[in-house]
Ligand binder design. Structure first.
Ligand code: CMP
Length: 136
């Protein structure tokens, strides 16, 4: 049965800076994701604050927004059956030290902040996040 979904993925500044974007894209493709759209951009801190608004009460919010806007990122729409969950499985735990073998964050993550990738956490947020970056 088909359960085709789309989710938003961001390759974060720490990974783009180390030229890991192509290797990370290969990991998505090898797992059967289709990259429907992608662009390399740098965002303003104010845009990062809007993107991460759900975290605005968290102690790490300001650092998180400074970080996401600190350098180029690659934003992508990924498509696959159960894309939201499948992407979260491929990314691994938020903290790379807790991430499972074979995951992107285990392989490339440096710290909980510099954890190389972001992925939408629900189908509802995937729609919001895709619109955020790709609404024409
Ligand atoms: P991400 O999936 O992009 O969503 C929010 C980000 O906040 C998360 O990845 C982490 O990089 C970052 N972050 C920093 N500190 C924490 C923390 N204590 N708990 C969760 N996320 C954190």
């Amino acid at each position: 049965m088909s359960n085709l979904e789309q989710t938003l993925s961001i390759i974060k500044p720490d990974a783009v800076e180390r030229n890991l974007d192509n290797e990370i894209k290969e990991m998505f493709k090898n797992k059967g994701f289709t990259i429907l759209k992608e662009k390399k951009i740098q965002i303003e801190k104010s845009e990062a604050e809007r993107f991460y608004k759900v975290h605005e009460t968290k102690p790490f919010y300001d650092d998180l927004c400074t970080y996401l806007s600190s350098g180029p990122i690659v934003v992508m729409i990924l498509e696959k059956n159960s894309a939201v969950l499948e992407n979260r499985a491929l990314m691994g735990s938020t903290n790379p030290t807790e991430a499972e073998e074979g995951t992107i964050r285990k392989k490339y993550g440096i710290s909980i902040d510099k954890n190389s990738v972001h992925g939408s956490d629900s189908i509802e947020n995937a729609k919001i996040e895709i619109d955020f970056f790709f609404k024409d």
